[in-house]
Design a binder for this molecule. Structure first.
Ligand SMILES: NC(=O)C1=CN([C@@H]2O[C@H](COP(=O)(O)OP(=O)(O)OC[C@H]3O[C@@H](n4cnc5c(N)ncnc54)[C@H](OP(=O)(O)O)[C@@H]3O)[C@@H](O)[C@H]2O)C=CC1
Ligand SMILES: O=C(O)C1=N[C@H](C(=O)O)C[C@H](O)C1
Length: 271
């Protein structure tokens, strides 16, 4: 059997990071190389997650971890589930040390993504950025693309837990972007609208698609794409009930990223 892929998990104590740590430890072809977070530095990551000792202390320095990874014979992968304000620098750091990034953190601007793509090209390396690693969301987006051939009116509602830092969600933005790529203008105005409360009609994304963001405790991650036409409504909805739903997609990206020679945006491009 070949050597398991060594994986650095950044944001290892977070809601997503802890799932990735467990998944990477359990999968036969991946192994946890390092766990990075800004809390509980020095504590064993397995103990910190209530999983027993892994003999891997939490590191507070991604750079130190990358310096060590750069000395390894086999390519090392970094999985980042941190914060919109941290992710760009983390990815730059990983690429600078030849560590392959798999990024789930949302909130990167289009300019930052373009910049990172240029950086991977120069380094002759691959990277994966996916705003949503669940297969259900890929299928929802594909159904939405098909429906867009027949419907001219569409709005998106995304609903998340109220610990989420960014709005709208990266997934909602990507959904709008994928519909906009069809080259069609949606939602031709029917009347002169006036907003009596700012934001009442949501945010206007690509191709005049409205996105509405709901934040409540009790939610995890949910999205509706609602198409309307005279006499009918077609609603596509995806609900997350456990963050395990993202793990097959994350594992797929870990397994494929070292074979890539450019930055890939979106899980659908790996399927
Ligand atoms: N692509 C996908 O499929 C999915 C993407 N996401 C995205 O992933 C990101 C993380 O989500 P989630 O796990 O819920 O968030 P959490 O806040 O639960 O976890 C983030 C973790 O990263 C830590 N962290 C923040 N900044 C740094 C840093 N600079 N260095 C190291 N660690 C850091 C946080 O520490 P502290 O607590 O101190 O802030 C925390 O432990 C979000 O952008 C979210 O939108 C979420 C689900 C699925
Ligand atoms: O913060 C979350 O939870 C999620 N974030 C991602 C996003 O912004 O789209 C993916 C998923 O919606 C969960």
């Amino acid at each position: 059997m070949s050597t398991p892929i060594p994986v650095i998990v950044v944001g290892a104590l977070g809601k997503m990071g802890r799932e990735v740590v467990k998944t990477v430890q359990q999968a036969p072809d991946t192994t946890l190389y390092a766990a990075v977070d800004r809390k509980q530095v020095g504590e064993d990551i397995g103990e910190a997650l209530g999983l027993g000792a892994f003999e891997i202390p939490i590191s507070g320095s991604l750079q130190e971890v990358c310096v060590a990874a750069a000395q390894e014979k086999h390519p090392v992968v970094m999985v980042d589930f941190t914060h919109p304000e941290a992710v760009y620098e983390n990815v730059r750091m990983a690429i600078a040390y030849g560590v392959y990034p798999v990024v789930g953190t949302t909130g990167l601007s289009p300019e930052q993504i373009a910049d990172l793509a240029e950086f991977t090209d120069k380094a002759d390396m691959g990277a994966v950025i996916a705003p949503n690693f669940s297969i259900g969301m890929v299928l929802l987006q594909e159904a939405a693309i098909r429906a867009s051939q027949y419907f001219d009116h569409v709005e998106i509602i995304e609903l998340h837990h109220n610990q989420k830092a960014d709005a709208p969600s990266g997934t909602a933005l990507q959904t709008a972007q994928r519909l906009a790529e069809l080259g069609k203008t949606f939602n031709p105005p029917q009347v002169q609208e006036s907003e009596h409360l700012s934001g009442a009609r949501g945010a206007c994304a690509d191709a005049a698609i409205r996105i509405h963001s709901v934040r409540l405790p009790g939610l995890i991650a949910h999205q509706e794409v609602i198409f309307g036409a005279p006499g009918q409504i077609y609603t596509l909805r995806h609900d997350t009930s456990d963050r395990q739903c993202y793990m097959p997609g994350v594992l797929l990206a870990i397994r494929k990223v070292t074979q890539l020679k450019r930055l890939i945006y979106g899980l659908e491009k790996l399927l």
